[in-house]
Ligand binder design. Structure first.
Ligand code: TEU
Length: 609
């Protein structure tokens, strides 16, 4: 059965607080800044906002290293500011989701201090392991296995106080929590309940698929001394893969079911979305199957993960539109019967979609390609996520020198890959320009003033990361009042999901699967189940066709047929401009093109059949 809760026709907007709106001139975005922009979001039409972490944190990984889950970091404001944000958002009918980062804490969390000191209560809160026998503890080779951290270096850090190593899949300031320990899980569930009781509406769960690690019968990790489990190949940089054995581990379903029981059972109107690094779309369908009572939806990454290879995401090979289509269609197909998809092209870890798959080389192409990509994403079945600035068609940062980057991953991996001789400087700079996480973290472009309205032009402190100079032509102030802007296009797409049940709940069927440029599909409502309480809408069938290329291309055969044009192109049903629900060009222009069997660059539309 199709899940039919409120979120099946909702649209979520992700805010990266440090880059959204600075209200006090310190160069960092904050909670009061977000509150001051809620009306903009209400105008866009989103139903939910998700805040990347605003908890107390040393900010080693921009808040994904939390030292107190029940407090707000002073850089973002106070708990009163949070309460005010919540109240104001709710007044506007916007729900608020917080980031839940519980695969790891900060090394400055009280639990970790207790664990290092073996205080009796927190001894087993983390993954502690002795040095390898025959090696001086803390020296190279003494690490318990060869796992490499996602952010560079070994995934093990020696602690001189406890005289053991602790595991950190991410930075050494992000020790992994030991979910095998029931006391850890109890603490996490209590904290989640505490926040939900305060009035928040749900959680986006950071790398939640990593909480259960693969261990043998003795509890040993792969490659550990005496472990029955092999850790797989060791790469040229000296490290083995930490993700494979840590993602989607043996107890993941058990932990998620327990969390559901302990936290979400009996609560109404919540939403949960898990970040699903390293999980297959098929397993994602199981985790999000309502019958399993685990999570509402997952961010599955198969459409944004690059081809991999020895330099991982820093490879110069990029996904093509054909790859994107294949991965996304597959994600749709696996949740056709059970489970639910979340739809996203952007987040704070990904480069900007218009720079990645679209064309940001000139204004015309940027606008067209941003709209075409948005149309495709929003017309899939699932819950769409818009990342701040995406609705303006914001582009990659365009940084040329290493000192412009702030992200620890970008800086660490630059050094690691150069030192290992795996990449020359120029290629690594090109890779950073294409895929660094900082591409999506430049300040939100509100207007064309000195700091793009992110912070006041006379602010005493510069923004923490450079503003993209293209704020002069790409900014909210200009787009909000322009009916042909990318912003206006997003507003319309969001509205379509709210007004047309078929967008929220209809079946999804690919057309012209092998066409390398055109992404086309049919949405049809085959049963009475409608999403999110939307009913009474008359539309039952939509044909979505998008030329995701900068070339003029032929309208492929299955799309033609679905549009009521026979194989030879003769008109059977006729194409009416009135039935174009949304279009990257003018409806009359597209109707004429369709009759001629062609599509202009980035021409994309939704046709009501
Ligand atoms: O990301 C986890 C993750 O698996 C990736 O998206 C990762 O950041 C990327 O592969 C690195 O290139 C989450 C958060 O979204 C990210 O911002 C945090 O840094 C990370 O967890 C650790 O908390």
């Amino acid at each position: 059965a199709t899940p039919n809760p409120w979120w099946s026709n909702a649209v979520v907007y992700q805010i990266y607080p440090r880059s959204f709106q600075d209200s006090n001139g310190d160069g960092f975005g904050d909670l009061q800044g977000i509150t001051s922009r809620l009306e903009y979001l209400a105008d866009l039409g989103v139903d939910v906002i998700w805040l990347s972490p605003v908890y107390k944190s040393p900010q080693d990984d921009n808040g994904y290293d939390i030292s107190d889950y029940r407090d707000i970091d002073p850089m973002f404001g106070t708990m009163d500011d949070m309460d005010e944000l919540l109240a104001r958002a709710h007044e506007l009918g916007i729900k608020v989701v917080m980031d839940l980062v519980v695969n790891h804490t900060s090394d400055e969390h009280a639990w970790f201090a207790g664990s290092k000191a073996r205080d009796g209560k927190h001894d087993d809160f983390y993954w502690w392991r002795p040095a390898r026998q025959g090696f001086e503890p803390g020296t190279p080779g003494a690490e318990p296995n060869h796992w490499g951290s996602v952010f560079g270096g070994s995934a093990w850090q020696y602690d001189p106080e406890r005289k053991e190593y602790f595991l950190h899949i991410f930075s050494k300031k992000q020790p992994d929590l030991n979910w095998e320990n029931p006391a850890v899980r109890r603490e996490v569930y209590d904290m989640m309940n505490w926040w939900l009781d305060r009035g928040i509406d749900g959680f986006r769960m950071d790398v939640i698929t990593l909480i259960s690690k693969l261990v043998d019968a003795q509890g040993k990790l792969p490659g550990e001394e005496g472990s029955e489990l092999d850790e797989g190949p060791i790469g040229a940089d000296g490290f083995s893969d930490v993700f494979g054995p840590s993602a989607d581990g043996p107890r993941l379903d058990e932990f998620l079911k327990e969390m559901h029981r302990e936290v979400f059972d009996g609560r109404e109107g919540t939403i949960t979305v898990g970040e699903a690094a390293g999980i297959t779309p098929e397993r994602g369908a199981e985790v999000t199957d309502v019958a399993n009572r685990e999570l509402d939806m997952l961010f599955v990454f198969s459409h944004v993960e690059g081809p991999g290879g020895p330099t991982g995401k820093w490879s110069s090979e990029r996904w093509t539109i054909a790859d994107l289509k294949k991965a996304m269609s597959h994600q749709q197909e696996v949740v056709a019967q059970k489970g639910w998809a979340s739809l996203f092209f952007n987040n704070h870890d990904q480069p900007r979609s218009v720079s990645r798959w679209g064309d940001d080389s000139n204004e015309t192409m940027r606008q067209l390609s941003a709209k075409a990509l948005a149309l495709v994403m929003h017309m899939h079945r699932g819950t769409p996520y818009v990342y701040e600035g995406e609705e303006l068609g914001m582009t990659n940062a365009g940084f040329d020198s290493l000192d412009q980057y702030r992200d620890l991953e970008s800086v660490n991996m630059y050094h690691q890959l150069i030192d290992a001789g795996l990449m020359p400087h120029d290629s690594m700079m090109a890779a950073l320009k294409a895929v660094s996480r900082d591409n999506s973290r430049t300040p939100m472009q509100w207007d064309d003033t000195k700091y793009a309205g992110f912070t006041a032009p006379y602010a005493p402190t510069e923004p923490w990361i450079a503003v993209n100079p293209n704020k002069d032509s790409i900014n909210a102030k200009q787009q909000v009042r322009d009916p042909n802007s990318v912003f206006a296009f997003y507003r319309k797409l969001i509205e379509l999901r709210h007004t047309h049940a078929v967008v929220a709940a209809g079946d999804w069927q690919i057309l012209d699967a092998d066409d390398p440029n055109v992404y086309a599909f049919v949405r049809s409502l085959t049963d009475e189940t409608v999403g999110g309480g939307v009913d009474g809408a008359e539309t039952k069938k939509l044909i979505v066709v998008a030329n995701l290329s900068g070339e003029k291309v032929a309208l492929p055969a299955e799309s033609k047929q679905a549009l009521g044009l026979d194989m030879a192109g003769a008109i059977i049903g006729g194409i009416s401009a009135d039935r174009m629900l949304i279009d990257t060009y003018e409806p009359e222009h597209t109707a004429a093109n369709v009759l001629f069997g062609t599509l202009d660059p980035w021409e994309a539309f939704v046709y009501e059949a």
